[in-house]
Design a protein around this ligand. Structure first.
Ligand SMILES: [Fe+2]
Length: 171
């Protein structure tokens, strides 16, 4: 089919796109680490949801679950954008491990206030990375991916804001 631009994926995984290979690659390389980070932060947020203790249990337990749901939802949105522009995306836990910039948290015991602080910092880092990726997509003619990332950025900033206000209230 003539309208299929040479894709960066295997021919079987190619898609119909007017983005050239440089543009496809730029978007794919900007978005895949964000997906890895969303997975990493999803697991960390669930980890804290499961291992909470102390007086704030109910509030934080529910809040962390809400945040985890939003993170998981963003994963599919971003991965399908990568596929739509002809790239390939996350294939495994080890692939996530290679691309993630948000560090895993294997601490045995984390006080609830410390959980909030760690999640706030990770969400702030994620917001910064999303903003940078929006620029990459816009500079490579992919406004559709940029738009999706902007929406995810807004939700990330909402989480950051909630976590920050909790920290302020606890001081
Ligand atoms: Fe749960």
């Amino acid at each position: 089919m003539k309208s299929i631009v040479k894709s960066i994926s295997a021919p079987e995984l190619a898609t119909v796109t007017d983005l050239n290979q440089i543009e496809q690659r730029a978007v794919t390389e900007a978005v895949n680490p964000l997906i890895a980070d969303a997975f990493a932060l999803y697991v960390k947020t669930k980890n804290f949801h499961w291992h909470l203790y102390g007086p704030a249990f109910r509030d934080y337990h529910l809040l962390f679950d809400e945040h985890a749901d939003a993170l998981l939802e963003s994963v599919d949105v971003m991965a399908e954008r990568v596929r739509r522009v002809g790239g390939t995306t996350i294939r495994s836990i080890s692939h996530i491990g290679k691309l993630q910039t948000i560090e895993d948290d294997n601490d045995e015991l984390v006080p609830s206030n410390e959980m909030v602080e760690r999640l706030m910092k990770d969400n702030a880092m994620m917001a910064k990375a999303l903003r940078n990726a929006v620029d990459v997509c816009e500079n490579h003619r992919d406004s559709a991916t940029a738009n999706q990332l902007q929406d995810i950025l807004d939700k990330t900033e909402r989480r950051k804001w909630f976590l920050f206000e909790i920290l302020q209230g606890n001081r």
